[in-house]
Design a protein around this ligand. Sequence first.
Ligand SMILES: [Zn+2]
Length: 70
Amino acid sequence: MGLFSESEPTNVAINGQRLQCQVCRHDAFWGRDVQLHTAVATFFDLEWTNPSARCYVCASCGYIHWFLPQ
Ligand SMILES: [Zn+2]
């Protein structure tokens, strides 16, 4: 049982562009929605909402790519 529930990493597209890891150029990720802490929400001026971010963890090197909701 790993950190993420999905058994297999998947390809991810952001605005129609295929996501590649910024570090190792791998193209398979585990995706997860994460609640932002209050301090992070304040930093991004998102206090008015119930902020969550989408993160994709590179299946090769583990680098986490964060995306704020549009
Ligand atoms: Zn990577």
